[in-house]
Design a protein around this ligand. Sequence first.
Ligand SMILES: O=C(O)CCC(=O)C(=O)O
Ligand SMILES: [Fe+2]
Length: 280
Amino acid sequence: MKLTTLGPTATVDEVVAVIDRDGGVIIRDFIDSATLSGLLEDLQPKLASNLEDPTTGRGKTGRLGGIFKHTRYADTIVRNPLYREAAERILCKPITLWFGDDSFEAAPTIQIGVTQLIAIHPGEGAQPLHRDDIVWHWRHPEGGPQARVQIMVAISDFTAENGGTLVVPQSHLWGDDRGPSTDQAIPTEMAAGSALIFIGSTFHGGGTNTTDKPRLGLTMSLDLGYLRQEENQYLTIPVDEARALPEDIQRLLGYDGCPPGLGYVEINGTMTNAHVLLEG
Ligand SMILES: O=C(O)CCC(=O)C(=O)O
Ligand SMILES: [Fe+2]
């Protein structure tokens, strides 16, 4: 099995079809060189040497969170239709809800759930393979709904030697009785600026870095709007800071509601969409 690579002119239909089939897809040249160098310039100094606690067994991985507070270049990633529209197609599926004698259709919104720059340093070992939807204790009945569409943008080249994300193709189709096996995991190999898009039910993990340079990847997730965010965006980017952001990014960070009424704030007796807090 191999991961399929599509070019940047692929259609959303093609991206969704490959993700539905394999659980993930690589998009070549997902961001341009100006965005890539902007991300590096804004984020790398802040990553400093944020290393994980060596007592956990993974001491050579550095992580920086709160990406939307640190750089506007991240907006370009989440606005790219090959990511955002593909995520909407996979996640925002309408369902019928009943209210008394009436039924109506509602589709969930999407929101940003987790944002991290991840540096896998030389000598780091492989991360245990996992599903990222583990955070919600998500179950996987056949044909069941997805909770997350994640992206990993290569900030350095990703290779089999430097820890390019290990992915188990088609493992998104497996039930909950089956665990991951490392012999089926394939390293994501892509040049800096390319991106892996995968769903929350696909088994994956950071790889081993046997080279002498860090592997740098920027990851973020678009999740169902009715789930709790893995990275608490309201505390990471509180109201006063969020006011300065573009409106589409404010809404994606969670300053919005999810039909039929989740996430409201009460203002003068009226149950109001949380975005109103950032207006006027
Ligand atoms: O760094 C990577 O390639 C993957 C990291 C990952 O899967 C995680 O931290 O959940
Ligand atoms: Fe993960």
